[in-house]
Write a protein that binds this ligand. Structure first.
Ligand code: AMP
Length: 145
């Protein structure tokens, strides 16, 4: 059952944290990492993950790391609003495959929502890397100075 199980140290987000896989990083500190979703459901769709917690989901993460992730979600949401001026921001987090989870390292989705634009299909359409790079430059400048 995907809700309960062993943490796989070779999941893609663990590889990103270790620098073994690339990402379009927009923010990092000693506890958390934020990067652009490769298959965005809207322009600016970002992910925030803990760096020091081997937790598959919200049931497993300790409250200290969860608080750090949540604070970073707020930081990223504010930067997305300032930079992209969406009409709304959606924060989502899935636990277990039946709930929509596909990567088993806890993460929060921060998804800008624009008037008249529906939500894209989850983890389905790969973004143009050139566009992601441009967006990464804008957001990381705002978040990391
Ligand atoms: P979830 O389905 O909640 O587990 O979300 C996993 C998210 O990670 C999806 O939105 C995917 O599009 C995204 N994703 C998968 N692999 C990567 C990757 N290498 N870099 C960035 N985002 C990814």
């Amino acid at each position: 059952m995907s809700l309960i199980g062993q943490y796989d140290t070779d999941n893609i987000f663990a590889k990103i944290i270790r620098g073994e896989a690339p990402c379009f990083k927009i923010y990092e500190d000693e506890d958390v990492l934020a990067f652009l979703d490769l298959f965005p459901q809207s322009y600016g769709h970002s992910l925030v993950i803990p760096k020091r917690a081997a937790a598959r989901n919200i049931l497993e993460i300790d409250s200290d790391n969860l608080a750090k992730v949540t604070a970073a979600v707020q930081k990223v949401a504010r930067a997305l609003v300032d930079e992209l001026q969406p009409a709304g921001v959606q924060v989502a987090q899935f636990n277990g495959a039946p709930a929509g989870q596909t990567v088993f390292h806890l993460h929060m989705h921060v998804i800008p929502r624009f008037d008249g634009e529906g939500l894209g299909i989850h983890a389905a359409n790969k973004a143009d890397p050139v566009e992601l790079e441009k967006l990464q430059a804008r957001l990381s400048k705002r978040l990391q100075g």
